[in-house]
Design a protein around this ligand. Structure first.
Ligand code: NAP
Length: 248
C-alpha cells in the first residue's frame, strides 16, 4: 500500500484527505495542517518538521508557499508532489524526487464532489515515479493524464476561463437580477442548459444571443441598461468578439 502524507488544509487539502481516506488501497499516514488540531480519520501534525516517513508527500498549499514548504520536509529522496496547475515541479526542493499531482477541478470545502470524475494531471522527474503516480490515481479511481508543464499550464489557463471567469459572470448576472428584486432561481435552468449543451455541441456551434444574430437594437438597449461602466465595457467587448467570430 502506498503511504501518503497530505500537507495543507485549504480547499484542495481538505478534499484530498477525503479522497485518499475513501480509498481502501492507500494508507493515508498523516495530514499536516497549521490550522486543524484533530481529525478522527487521520493523524494531524501541525509542523512540517515533525512529519514521519511516507512514500509520497502531497503539498497542497498556496502556490507562493510551495518551495518554502518543500524546503521544510526533513526527508531526502522521497517522492514530493504539488497540486498546482501553473507551477513547475522544479519549484520543489531537489533533495527529494519531484512531481505534480494536479487535480483539474474547482474545490471549495463546502461543496461535495464526485471524486471519480476528477482528472488528475500527473508529471514526474523519472519514469518510476510517474508509474507510482499512475498507480496512485488508479487506486483513487481517478482518471489520470500525463501532462508536461507546458500542457498543464495551458489546461490551467483554459480552466480559469471556463470556471473562474464564468462564475464571475454568474455573479454579475445575479447582481443585475437582485437589483430589480427578481429571483436568481429563474435563471438556473438556462445556466444548467448552457453547460449541458456543450456535452453534445461544440461551444462554437452552441453560441446564441443578440451578438450572434447581430441584433444591434437589443445590444444598444442592454448597454443603456448597464449603469456600471466596467460591466458595460465587458458587455461591449464580449459582444464585439462574438460578432467578429460569426462574421457579423
Ligand atoms: N482551489 C482549487 O479549486 C484548486 C484546484 C486545483 C489546484 N489548486 C492548487 O492547489 C493548491 C492549494 O490550493 P487551495 O485552493 O487549497 O488553497 P487555499 O484554500 O488557499 O489553502 C492554502 C493552504 O496552504 C496553507 N499554507 C499557505 N502557506 C503556507 C506555509 N507557508 N506553510 C504551510 N502551509 C501554508 C494554508 O494553511 P493555513 O490554513 O494554515 O493558512 C492553507 O491550508 C494551490 O497550488 C492551487 O493552485 C487549487
Amino acid at each position: 500500500m502506498i503511504k501518503v502524507t497530505i500537507i495543507g488544509s485549504g480547499n484542495v487539502g481538505f478534499h484530498l484527505v477525503n479522497l485518499f481516506h475513501n480509498s481502501t488501497k492507500i494508507n493515508l499516514n498523516e495530514w499536516c495542517s497549521r490550522s486543524i488540531d484533530f481529525d478522527e480519520r487521520v493523524k494531524v501534525i501541525n509542523k512540517i518538521e515533525n512529519l514521519s516517513e511516507s512514500d509520497i508527500y502531497v503539498i497542497c498549499v498556496s502556490d507562493k508557499s510551495i518551495t518554502e514548504v518543500s524546503d521544510k520536509i526533513q526527508f531526502k529522496n522521497k517522492l514530493v508532489v504539488h497540486t498546482s496547475g501553473s507551477t513547475p515541479y522544479n519549484s520543489l526542493n531537489n533533495k527529494n524526487r519531484r512531481g505534480v499531482f494536479y487535480p483539474l477541478q474547482t474545490f471549495s470545502k463546502s461543496q461535495k464532489l464526485n471524486y471519480s470524475e476528477i482528472p488528475i494531471c500527473i508529471e514526474a522527474e523519472n519514469n518510476k515515479d510517474l508509474e507510482t503516480l499512475k498507480k496512485l490515481s488508479q487506486d483513487l479511481n481517478c482518471k489520470h493524464y500525463e501532462t508536461n508543464f507546458e500542457e498543464r499550464k495551458t489546461l490551467h489557463l483554459a480552466a480559469i476561463i471556463s470556471n473562474n471567469f464564468t462564475n464571475f459572470l454568474f455573479g454579475i448576472s445575479k447582481e443585475i437580477i437582485d437589483s430589480k428584486n427578481l429571483d436568481f432561481n429563474i435563471l438556473k435552468p438556462l445556466i444548467n442548459e448552457t453547460v449541458n449543451k456543450i456535452h453534445k455541441l461544440d461551444p462554437i456551434k452552441a453560441q446564441t444571443g443578440p451578438a450572434r444574430r447581430n441584433d444591434v437594437n437589443i445590444m444598444k438597449m442592454h448597454e443603456n441598461m448597464l449603469k456600471n461602466e466596467e460591466i458595460k465595457s465587458l458587455y461591449m467587448v464580449i459582444s464585439k468578439m462574438i460578432k467578429e467570430k460569426y462574421g457579423n
